[in-house]
Design a protein around this ligand. Structure first.
Ligand code: FES
Length: 107
């Protein structure tokens, strides 16, 4: 065990996420949405910052996830809200791919 592995949690298989896909997972009590864009995996909170909806039920479009409930949007790389009614950011998580594992760094 190296200290570098502290906080990393496997959340999905790499093969579970195809190009342009969104996948909701739960890890360490966090609802997390995984996104695949151009071969890179990103992760944010899955629950919208506006009200209760799962971003993983929404649509990934040009680097933004559109919430299925009121069509607010977030940049999946930064978590910043990019369209109303969303104002507050969602949290982003650091992601790494290790073999066929997608891992997210949790506190
Ligand atoms: S719950 Fe997501 S935009 Fe309202």
């Amino acid at each position: 065990m190296s200290g570098d592995d502290t906080g990393w949690v496997r959340v999905a298989a790499r093969g579970d996420l195809g190009d342009g896909d969104v996948l909701g997972v739960v890890a360490g009590g966090h609802d997390i949405a995984l996104y695949e864009m151009d071969g890179t995996v990103y992760a944010t909170d899955d629950i919208c910052s506006h009200a209760y909806a799962k971003l993983s039920d929404g649509w990934l479009d040009h680097g933004e996830i559109e919430c299925p409930l009121h069509a607010g949007r977030f940049d999946v790389k930064t978590g910043k809200a990019t369209a109303p009614p969303c104002i507050d950011s969602v949290r982003v998580y650091t992601v790494r791919v290790s073999g066929d594992d997608i891992e997210v760094k949790l506190d």
